[in-house]
Write a protein that binds this ligand. Structure first.
Ligand SMILES: *Cc1c(COP(=O)(O)O)cnc(C)c1O
Length: 359
């Protein structure tokens, strides 16, 4: 019996993907071995890797002048790898601060460069995305960094930043592949796979070709985008099994109708939950309505003394990992691509029942 898993990450994966991985575990396509046991330089794995990249390119319509890298290191690793790869010839990078993940990116960047905070939502406790008209990006900045979905705060950009002359770098860890994105508007898109794409251990980097020539000499080879791009992400051993499972997720997504289909499903799922939150005062979501995340929905019970009972009742009904991040408390429902609408409906039904019995 599978739980409805609302974890923020590592998170729920599509059941057909897990079944397929299980079926192929001992003998992948007659190779006599598991994907885990294959050489990354063998023809089988090279095929798996190439298909995963091609499917990702087709799902996101990634323009040909962008490189797709499948690396290790996670998004926090990438927080340091981004400035290392983009700073040669620059002494400032701009960051928009929308919450916990932005702050972590800023902290890493400060090790390599002076950071200009182009805008910050701290004045209202990170409950909104500062509109672009309020941004102040220094013209000589190497890039402007945004976190387009704040996984902890539940704040999402529903518009695309556009700063003339300065490439936009986006941490999309927790909503990449949940919605349409115009890749050509970004210099770099990156994210860890374990939120909405696959197992932990894989980091996806999509980088515009002309930005590959800006790495600081100290950049480690394994994290040097240009060296990795020239080696088809195989300068070191890539996270082979995670790439394989991500590839199965890409195939699953294509089979579902691609990004337009999954996006409309995600809109419907989020609406179900937010409509209920808006109709009650028993629970509260603090985020500005226009900036609410479709993927991560934080909410609090007005009476925090009921938190433990709420979580216990949810678990008894097979709904797990609803506890909010330790830095904000309360609850958080992460409703990624692989969360079925039935899971969100079950949560709303339970929340309503809990309100009725405890309100
Ligand atoms: C989870 C997350 C990270 C951190 O990912 P790691 O793989 O733990 O390094 C960074 N940014 C965002 C937006 C995230 O959701």
């Amino acid at each position: 019996m599978r739980a409805y898993n609302f974890s923020a990450g590592p998170a729920v994966l599509p059941e057909p993907v897990l079944r397929r991985a299980a079926e192929e575990m001992l003998d992948w396509h007659g190779s006599g071995m598991s994907v885990m046991e294959m050489s990354h330089r063998g023809k089988e794995f090279i095929g798996i890797h190439a298909k995963a990249e091609a499917d990702l390119r087709s799902l996101l319509a990634i323009p040909p002048d962008y490189k797709v890298l499948f690396l290790q290191g996670g998004a926090i690793g990438e927080n340091a790898i981004v400035p290392m790869n983009l700073l040669r010839g620059f002494d400032t990078a701009a960051y928009v601060n929308t919450g916990e993940w932005s702050k972590k990116s800023i902290k890493e960047a400060r090790k390599y460069t002076s950071v200009a905070i182009a805008a910050s939502a701290e004045d209202r406790n990170f409950t909104y995305v500062p509109p672009q008209a309020s941004w102040n990006v220094p013209p000589g900045a190497a890039f402007v960094h945004v976190c387009t979905n704040e996984t902890i705060g539940g704040v999402e950009y529903h518009w695309t930043p556009d700063v003339p002359g300065v490439p936009v770098v986006a941490d999309m860890s927790s909503h990449l592949l949940s919605r349409a994105v115009d890749v050509s508007k970004y210099g770099v898109i990156y994210g860890g796979a374990q939120k909405n794409i696959g197992p932990a251990g894989l980091t996806i980097v999509i980088v515009r070709g002309d930005l590959l020539d800006r790495a600081l000499p100290i950049t480690p080879s394994a994290f040097h985008w240009k060296e990795q791009a020239e080696a088809d992400s195989m300068l070191n051993t890539p996270p082979t099994y995670a790439i394989y499972v991500a590839g199965l997720v890409f195939e699953w997504l294509i089979g579902q109708g691609g990004i337009p289909a999954i996006e409309s499903r995600n809109i419907a799922k989020a609406k179900l939950l937010y409509d209920y939150l808006d109709a009650t005062s028993f629970y509260v979501n603090p985020v500005n309505r226009a900036d609410r995340s479709r993927m991560n929905v934080p909410f609090k019970l007005r009476d925090e003394s009921l938190d433990a009972a709420f979580l216990k009742g949810a678990e008894a009904r097979g709904m797990v990992q609803l506890k909010g991040h330790r830095s904000v408390g309360g609850m958080r429902a992460s409703i990624y691509n692989a969360m079925p609408v039935e899971g969100v409906q079950a949560l709303v039904d339970y929340m309503r029942e809990f309100e009725r019995t405890h309100g």
